[in-house]
Design a protein around this ligand. Structure first.
Ligand SMILES: Nc1ncnc2c1ncn2[C@@H]1O[C@H](COP(=O)(O)OP(=O)(O)O)[C@@H](O)[C@H]1O
Ligand SMILES: O=P(O)(O)OC[C@H]1O[C@@](CO)(OP(=O)(O)O)[C@@H](O)[C@@H]1O
Length: 356
C-alpha cells in the first residue's frame, strides 16, 4: 500500500463529498431571474423522486412579518437604510434556521429561496451550515441578461406577487425596476472560491458547474439543465373496457370490447382537437403529441388511433395483484390477508402484493 499522506486537493475533494444527511440548495440571483420558479420545479422533482423536500422563500417570511404594502415597496430594499437592511437580514436568517430545522427533522433537501446577493451573506450562510456539521450546501445562481426575458419575468411577477396587489401595472413595473436597481448595486456573482455551485445562464442555455459531485451531479444538475419554462397540456386516460378475460384469466391481457374500440376512436378525435386548439393559441408551430401507454394490450389498443408508435412503459402497468388475481383489491382481497391490506393502504406505491 502507498503512503497515507493525501494532497490538499484530495482532502478538498473528500470534504466536498461527505456523506451528508441533508442538502441545502440555496438560490442566488437578482429579482425576476426565475429563482422561485426554479425552486418550485426542483422541489416538485425531488419530491417526485421520493425525497422529503421543502422550499423556504424569504419573500414569504418578509410578507408575513411586514405587510406587503410596506415591505413590498422598493424603499424597503434600500441598502442605505440600516433598519430595513437589518430587518431583511433577520428574516433571511429566520428562514435559514427553519431550513436547517427541517433537515434536522429528517428532511433530505431544503431549498433556500432568496437573492443571496453578496459574498458576505453567502459566507454567513455557509458558516452556519458548516457549524451545524451534518449538511452540505450548493448554490444555484440564475444569471439572466436578456432584457426581453427579464421584462417578461417582471410582468409575471407584478401580476401574481402579493407585493404589487394594489398597484397599477405601470406603478408596479416601476417599483420592481427600482427594487432590481438597488439589488444590482450590491450584487456579486458567485466566485469559484465559494464552493459547490451551479450557474444557469439565460434559461440554462449555458450551465456552469463547480465542485458538483454525488447526488448533485447525478440528479440536480441534469434536472436543472433540462428544465424548460413552457407549459403544455397533459391528458390522462384509462384504457378502454376489455371484451373477455385474457389467457391468464385476468383482464390485464384482455383485448378491447366493441365499446372499447369506440372509446379508442373518440380518444384520438379528442386529442387531435384539443392539441390543434392548444398549438393554434400558443403561437408556436404544432408539435407531434407524445403518447405513453402501459404494456397491457388493452391500453396499447386504446392508443392505436391516437399514435402509430406509442411509447410503451411497464412502469405504467397496473399493480400486479399476484395470487389475488384480477379485479379490484377491495373486492378480491381475502379477509385472511389483513397485514397486506394495511400495508397497501399506507404505502400503495412501495409494496408488492403477495405472489406478485
Ligand atoms: N433560468 C431562468 N432564467 C431566467 N428566467 C427564468 C429561468 N427559469 C424560469 N424563468 C422565468 O422566471 C419567471 C418567474 O420569475 P421568478 O421565479 O418570480 O423570479 P425570482 O424568484 O428570481 O424573482 C417565469 O416567468 C419563468 O419563465
Ligand atoms: O434576503 P434577500 O436575499 O434579499 O432575498 C429575499 C428577498 O428576495 C425577493 C427579491 O425580490 O424575493 P422574491 O422575488 O422571491 O419575492 C424578496 O421578496 C425577498 O424579500
Amino acid at each position: 500500500m502507498g503512503s497515507a499522506i493525501r494532497s490538499d486537493r484530495q482532502l478538498l475533494r473528500e470534504q466536498l463529498t461527505p456523506d451528508a444527511r441533508g442538502l441545502i440548495v440555496a438560490m442566488v440571483g437578482l429579482p425576476a431571474r426565475g429563482k422561485s420558479f426554479i425552486s418550485r420545479k426542483l422541489e416538485r422533482f425531488l419530491r417526485w423522486s421520493g425525497s422529503t423536500t421543502k422550499t423556504f422563500n424569504v419573500g414569504k417570511y418578509r410578507r408575513d412579518a411586514v405587510v406587503p404594502e410596506r415591505s413590498g415597496r422598493s424603499e424597503f430594499f434600500d441598502n442605505q437604510n440600516p433598519d430595513s437592511v437589518a430587518a431583511r437580514e433577520k428574516l433571511a436568517m429566520l428562514a435559514l434556521a427553519d431550513a436547517i430545522k427541517f433537515l434536522d427533522d429528517g428532511g433530505k433537501f431544503a431549498i433556500f429561496d432568496a437573492t443571496n446577493s453578496t459574498v458576505a451573506r453567502r459566507r454567513s450562510i455557509a458558516d452556519q451550515v458548516r457549524a451545524h456539521g451534518h449538511y452540505s450546501l450548493i448554490w444555484v445562481e440564475a444569471v439572466c441578461d436578456d432584457d426581453e426575458v427579464v421584462k417578461f419575468n417582471m410582468l409575471t411577477k407584478v401580476k401574481y406577487s402579493p407585493d404589487f396587489k394594489d398597484m397599477s401595472a405601470d406603478q408596479a413595473m416601476a417599483d420592481l425596476t427600482a427594487r432590481i436597481q438597488t439589488y444590482s448595486e450590491i450584487y456579486e456573482t458567485i466566485q469559484d472560491s465559494e464552493g459547490a455551485f451551479i450557474k444557469l445562464f439565460n434559461l440554462s442555455s449555458k450551465v456552469m458547474a463547480n465542485h458538483c459531485y454525488g447526488r448533485v451531479a447525478k440528479s440536480i444538475l441534469p434536472y436543472l439543465m433540462a428544465i424548460h419554462i413552457g407549459s403544455r397540456p397533459i391528458w390522462l386516460a384509462r384504457a378502454g373496457p376489455g371484451s373477455t378475460k385474457g389467457q391468464t384469466g385476468s383482464d390485464r391481457d384482455s383485448t378491447l370490447s366493441e365499446e372499447g374500440q369506440q372509446f379508442a376512436e373518440h380518444l384520438a378525435a379528442f386529442v387531435q382537437k384539443r392539441s390543434r386548439r392548444y398549438w393554434e393559441t400558443s403561437g408556436n408551430p404544432q408539435e407531434q403529441t407524445k403518447v405513453f401507454t402501459s404494456t397491457m394490450p388493452r391500453a396499447v389498443a386504446s392508443a392505436a388511433h391516437t399514435s402509430v408508435l406509442p411509447d410503451k412503459r411497464s412502469a405504467l402497468n397496473p399493480i400486479d395483484k399476484g395470487v389475488l388475481g384480477a379485479g379490484w383489491w377491495d373486492v378480491e382481497c381475502p379477509d385472511d390477508l389483513p397485514p397486506w391490506r394495511e400495508v397497501e393502504k399506507r404505502h400503495p406505491d412501495f409494496m408488492a402484493q403477495p405472489g406478485a
